[in-house]
Design a binder for this molecule. Structure first.
Ligand code: BGC
Length: 420
């Protein structure tokens, strides 16, 4: 015989399952969206997604975690998943998508992808990032290029300077600027920003094959090579080109320094362009976008939303709606115009995109044809979280100390070996 409380529990379960059934018939698409887009331009871009979602009947629960590059957000995500309460949609990318999928934390969007024809509109390169075991587990929002110099033309003009095409030219220009009392490099001393500068130098001095051997194959001879020592020599020079207050500075504040002429250049992905545009600045006139010296290379970063396992019908409906909208042609245009990136979806009209975006599109094409296209290490496309973390630790320690390049490559090798 069942006790009263057992019976009560059964009845409650029955009632709530009936209630859930009733809700599922007319689910209210809901999505808690965890992201780290909190700068001016990023907030505008994410607002465009929120408005699109709401206009299509969705209920958006905003969960922003400030902190460029997403390291702070990654910690929040881990604790939410561990406590069994993941957000419905999360801005993650690259190998992190694969790791969460491997852990069984992501939902399967394959059926939706088939209905929407994603295989036909997404470049194979991005399909590889957002599919796990052949199944769609995330949707890409954009393609960001990492290897850019953002320059203030007025600052360059003060020293009759031209945008540099080699690292020697970069150093010569920076020396001239410094001699004229202008801070050459606007930089924020945070590990992911140090790593961003570092990877552009690795590509520039070593080339694509060297980059991949170091970060993907983790080839020790490459990591300890003379070329890698030269990369650290260049990082030491960079340290001399930043102002005294660089430590801990957010990336968008460094971008503002270039806008205001307080520094001449910033090495940063094209999310920085979003900030220039949000401030009403015009490319080619108020600011210049020049690839970091690399002989036709391209470092690719791509933001995606992964859909975590959720049980309520509202959340599932919210995930499907969000995923569908993200890959829509109109949204891809609107979002990427704010964000500074280029569309993930093929065939989006390019008329509204500025010269920097068009350059990114063309250079992506030619780099992919010539084999000079690489995935970003600092932004988790080429390296897993553990390897990236190990590399950034050494790069940051080197940048903030008087560590020699010989010691730095030894430390890098050790750190990568330990992280494997
Ligand atoms: C992301 C961008 C973001 C930037 C600054 C990058 O890793 O891909 O979307 O704007 O970090 O937070």
């Amino acid at each position: 015989m069942k006790s009263f409380t057992q019976k009560l529990a059964l009845t409650t379960a029955l009632v709530s399952s009936i209630a859930l059934g009733a809700v599922s018939a007319q689910a209210e698409p809901t999505a808690e969206v965890l992201h780290y887009w909190t700068s001016g331009s990023e907030a505008k871009a994410v607002k465009a997604l929120k408005e699109d979602f709401e206009a299509n009947g969705g209920k958006w629960v905003d969960a922003p975690v400030a902190g460029g590059g997403g390291d702070a957000q990654a910690a929040v995500l881990r604790s939410r998943v561990l406590s069994g309460n993941p957000p419905a949609a999360v801005q993650i990318k690259g190998l992190s998508i694969q790791e969460w999928a491997e852990a069984g934390a992501l939902g399967d969007l394959t059926k939706l992808g088939e209905e929407e024809g994603w295989d036909d509109v997404l470049p194979p390169l991005l399909q590889k990032i957002v599919k796990h075991d052949g199944k769609y587990v995330a949707v890409p929002v954009n393609i960001h290029r990492v290897d850019w110099i953002w320059a203030n033309p007025k600052s360059l003009a003060k020293v009759d300077g031209e945008p540099p095409r080699t690292w020697d030219e970069f150093n010569a220009l920076a020396d001239k600027l410094q001699a004229a009392g202008i801070t050459p490099l606007a930089h924020g001393g945070q590990p992911w920003q140090d790593g961003t500068v570092f990877e552009t130098v690795v590509l520039g001095m070593g080339g694509a094959e060297f980059f991949n051997k170091a970060f993907i194959e983790k080839d020790m001879a490459t990591i300890k090579s003379d070329t890698m020592k030269k990369v650290f020599d260049q990082m030491r020079k960079m340290r001399g080109y930043v102002d005294d207050d660089f430590s801990g500075r957010d990336w968008n504040l460094a971008t503002s320094m270039v806008m205001r002429g307080e520094a001449a250049m910033q090495i940063m992905g094209d999310w920085a362009k979003g900030e220039f545009l949000a401030a009403g600045k015009v490319p080619g006139k108020d600011f210049l976008c020049v690839p970091t010296p690399s002989n036709g290379g391209y470092i690719l970063n791509s933001d995606s939303f992964a859909m975590f396992n959720v049980s309520s019908e509202d959340d599932k409906a919210g995930q499907a709606l969000l995923a569908r909208l993200i890959l829509g042609e109109k949204f891809q245009e609107t979002f990427n115009l704010y964000k500074g990136s280029i569309p993930a979806r093929m065939g989006v009209p390019t008329e509204k995109f500025d010269e920097c975006a068009v350059k990114s599109m063309n250079d992506l094409q030619s780099a992919s044809e010539s084999g000079a296209l690489v995935g970003s290490m600092a932004h988790e496309i080429a390296a897993s979280g553990a390897i990236r973390g190990a590399i950034l630790d050494v790069v940051t320690e080197h940048f903030n100390s008087d560590m020699t390049s010989d010691v730095a490559v030894e430390r890098l090798a050790e750190a990568i070996e330990l992280a494997e």
